[in-house]
Design a protein around this ligand. Structure first.
Ligand SMILES: [Zn+2]
Length: 307
């Protein structure tokens, strides 16, 4: 009997990370493809289905047995019904992605949310390994989070749990694309930090990376970073009040700052604590493969449940 594998895809705004993963979580094969988001949601859907079919074919060519598909996408996701409900960067509007994949491949498929899938992978295979209550926060262009308890992601009643980036931390602050003002994402995402520094320094196209690199030499960089850390601490302490996790895993581009982020954030969160407890704050371990590994776990969990 041939060895089984699952087909895993992490669909992002620009690219897709794909893999064939064995039941023990080890990776047999990896590949990357452009998402083709500019061509519209139907073309993206067709692209996802074709790439998944190609991976299943590759598995068979290698003498393996593809048994299920796990796909994660950004935006609002109805995991129960396998529907990509809404996404700003890919353009999904109620796309029945699970059904489209199952029809084309003849395999059971699971659909998940990208950050939630990444959080599940970090909690089970990465920086949260061995911890029961994990909050994974991805801080990049935007800010989103995933609560993972005993290895399972919490999706919420409408598939929209974990939108930490839209907690208002500065009422009347910077307008956010969501329509509110002063959202955590508008004050402290990597994009917001770069923008604020560009405004202060006059350096067009400045990034959060520039800010971190100039902390020792530029007082504007220190000011921007300090304000961002304050906003992040306000957001994270709110999350901790709600979830009381044991471990906070920081991922996304901003986590590349390492201790320059973690140490001051921890100190600022400590200042804000009253009766709650501070979680351990650690940097994500799986990098940009977390979503794809999480998609594989969704498929493997599904097999486990239906066996
Ligand atoms: Zn917002």
């Amino acid at each position: 009997m041939s060895t089984s594998v699952v087909v895993a895809l992490d669909v992002g705004g620009t690219g897709m990370k794909c893999a064939l993963v064995r039941p023990d979580g080890t990776v047999h094969h990896e590949e990357r493809h452009p998402t083709l988001a500019g061509r519209g949601p139907e073309a993206v859907t067709e692209n996802i289905v074709e790439v998944a079919a190609g991976l299943a074919g590759k598995a068979r060519a290698d003498g393996l047995d593809p048994v299920a598909v796990g796909v994660c996408v950004p935006g609002v996701v109805d995991e129960e019904n396998g529907v990509a409900v809404w996404s700003s960067n890919v353009g999904f509007r109620n796309v029945p992605l699970r059904r489209r994949i199952e029809e084309r491949l003849g395999l059971p498929a699971m659909l998940g949310h990208d950050v939630r899938a990444g959080g599940i992978a970090e909690a089970r295979l990465g920086a949260g390994r061995g911890e029961r209550h994990v909050l994974f926060a991805a801080i990049g262009t935007g800010i989103a989070a995933a609560l993972v308890v005993d290895g399972a992601g919490y999706a919420g009643a409408h598939g929209a749990a974990g939108e930490l980036g839209h907690i208002v931390v500065r009422p009347g602050g910077t307008p956010c694309p969501c329509g509110a003002a002063g959202c955590l994402e508008a004050m402290a995402s990597a994009r917001a930090i770069g923008q604020r520094y560009a405004d202060l320094s006059g350096l067009r196209d400045a990034t959060a990376f520039d800010v971190v690199n100039r902390l020792s030499s530029d007082k504007n960089a220190r000011l921007v970073w300090h304000e961002a850390i304050q906003a992040l601490a306000d957001g994270m302490i709110t999350a901790q009040a709600l979830f009381d996790v044991g471990t906070l895993v920081l991922g996304g581009g901003l986590a590349e700052a390492g201790d320059a982020l973690i140490l001051p954030l921890k100190a600022e969160m400590e200042k804000r604590l009253t009766f709650h407890r501070l979680p351990a704050i650690v940097r994500a371990a799986l990098g940009d493969t977390a979503g794809c590994k999480g998609a594989a776990l969704l498929a493997l969990d599904h097999l486990e449940r239906t066996r």
